[in-house]
Design a protein around this ligand. Structure first.
Ligand code: NAI
Length: 516
């Protein structure tokens, strides 16, 4: 089933003594340069060191299936329709003329990486061409929704995609109907009840788990897939009341499912089902789906979990702006974020319990950036800046979310600098390409192993924090500090694929053009 795409590898060939192709594996040696810091009284002793790593990438491209929870929502329909438009090169007309499909907003498909210098010119290639990656147009989509609408009608309901494109996609989408899903009304807003006409009956959570597991196994078999990835893009749930006795280990979690414990959410059942079926699971909403028991299940199954909450517009900008200010030695003192939106996500967030989940993930996104600078923030108290999040549901706005942020910062000699940022965009047109990146990168990372000092190869940690660039509140392996800075998150991803391909990481000194 695996397809080895020579074309992709040949679009850029690395000639180096530290990189070899061993059958289907691309193996690269990498000398990791880091600095070990020791504290001596109030002084730091810095000891630079070099550690030898090997990265081994399986270059076979698998046939991948993706199951979306919340397939009939704005993100689910936009992603599925957008990929089909690209796959079949469907053009559409608006009063502005004829439009071609593209993958704008996708890191892997539409951004580039500098691979080196040709004479004095820097050379860039698309991110997707550095390592063999799945073509998004080859992904088989499936999934669940508590609403029974087929994807063509659901796309019309979403009001995201242009009317003419909706019409052209209709023949493809009307055949796609979400599977019935698990619905625990207590976890999402009461106002969602009127669309819940596609629900697995009963309240036995173990039976629910088993049905979802069977759905995954059937989907994999019927579509002849090498692997399946699950992604939650359903409504934001309230946080479950986390308790080590209920969620703390794989065994306790499965017991709690067996006893249909009320604090087991639908999203956690999906995460468990994914792990038990050997599939990685990505949480695109802010709630605490990935409880410790899920991580243990994933670890045992050798799959990844990643979360939480897609980082699309406002938060991406926030992590950039705050990084710029703090990096410039300017002290942010207040961030006030207003949003109003009129899509179903906004409707769901109008219930306080669901809003609280969102507020939490939106609020933590600058913490580490502030904490890093002890010149600006010498005390805990000063770190406690005014960071306010307001979200209002305004149906007239549709999916065209408005985000208004005010940043107030302290500058030289007690002066003030205030930024007022107004961001308008179709929320799902930002989220869909980002979801695609999450899936493609998660799949790629399942094919990468690494080893230190010639010891045995190992996979990346179960909690895939490499994907943090795409997540509002990135989940990290225990003991590893979360990084929210967008430029550091992107550099991390770019450097990883370069290292795996045997390319040199760029330190931006550009000595090759400065010397001589
Ligand atoms: P949406 O409300 O249009 O879609 C959610 C879908 O999930 C609906 O079709 C609903 O019927 C379905 N659903 C609810 N509970 C379900 C369950 N238990 N099982 C299966 N389906 C279920 O929302 P949208 O705009 O597509 O967003 C999806 C999620 O992504 C939300 O949680 C949102 O907060 C999150 N998100 C969205 C971003 C964006 O830019 N669009 C950014 C960050 C996060």
């Amino acid at each position: 089933l695996y397809v080895f795409d020579q074309q992709l590898i040949q679009s850029m060939k690395v000639q180096s003594t530290t990189t070899q192709q061993d059958g289907r594996f691309l193996i690269s040696d990498y000398d990791y340069k880091s600095t070990n810091i020791e504290k001596n009284g109030d002084k730091y002793i810095a000891k630079p060191q070099i550690t030898s790593f090997k990265f081994k990438t399986d270059t076979r491209i698998p046939k991948v299936g993706v199951m979306l929870v919340g397939w009939g929502g704005n993100n689910g329909t936009t992603l599925t329709g957008g990929i089909l438009a690209n796959k079949f090169n469907i053009t559409w007309n608006s009063k502005g003329g004829t439009h071609q499909p593209n993958f704008y907003g996708s890191l892997t498909q539409s951004s580039v990486i500098k691979i080196g210098t040709c004479n004095t010119e820097e050379v860039f290639v698309p991110f997707k061409d550095v390592l063999p990656m799945v073509n998004p147009c080859d992904i088989v989509f499936g999934g669940w929704d508590i609403s029974s609408m087929n994807l063509a009608d659901a796309m019309s309901r979403a009001q995201v995609v242009e009317y003419d494109l909706q019409q052209k996609l209709r023949p493809y989408l009307e055949k796609l109907v979400p599977l019935p899903s698990i619905y625990y009304p207590d976890f999402i807003a009461a106002n969602q009840g009127d669309r819940a006409d596609n629900v697995i009956p009963g309240d036995n959570k173990l039976e629910h788990l088993n049905i979802i597991r069977k759905n995954i196994a059937d989907f994999k078999q019927q579509n002849n897939l090498d692997k399946v990835i699950l992604l939650w893009t359903a409504n934001t749930e309230r946080f479950c009341v986390e308790d080590p006795n209920i969620h703390g280990t794989a065994e306790r979690l499965l017991q709690s499912i067996e006893s249909s414990h009320p604090e087991i959410s639908a999203s956690t059942i999906f995460a468990c089902a994914a792990c038990l079926e050997g599939c990685s699971f990505i949480n695109g909403s802010p709630q605490n789906t990935i409880v410790p028991g899920v991580i243990e299940l994933a670890e045992k199954a050798g799959v990844f979990v990643a979360g939480d909450d897609f980082k699309t517009g406002q938060t991406k900008f926030k992590t950039c702006l705050v990084e710029y200010l703090v990096g410039a030695g300017i002290k942010p003192k207040a961030i006030i974020s207003y949003n109003h939106l009129g899509n179903n996500d906004g409707k769901n967030l109008s219930q306080e319990s669901c809003f609280k989940s969102k507020e939490r993930s939106k609020k933590t996104c600058v913490d580490d950036i502030l904490e890093s600078n002890k010149v600006l923030y010498p005390t805990e108290e000063e770190l406690n800046i005014d960071h306010t999040i307001v979200i209002k549901y305004c149906p007239e706005t549709g999916d065209s979310k408005k985000a208004m942020d005010e940043y107030i910062a302290e500058i030289f000699l007690g002066g003030r600098q205030t930024f007022a940022v107004y961001n308008v965009c179709e929320d799902s047109l930002l989220a869909a390409p980002l979801i695609m990146d999450l899936l493609l990168l998660c799949e790629l990372f399942e094919r990468i192993q690494f080893s230190k000092d010639a010891s045995e190869y190992q996979r990346f940690d179960t909690v895939l924090s490499w994907l943090s660039y795409l997540m509002k509140a990135p989940k990290s392996e225990s003991g590893i500090t979360t990084i929210n800075s967008l430029s550091r998150q992107r550099a991390m991803l770019e450097n990883l694929v370069k290292v795996c391909a045997g390319l040199t990481i760029d330190d931006n000194l550009r000595l090759e053009v400065r010397y001589g």
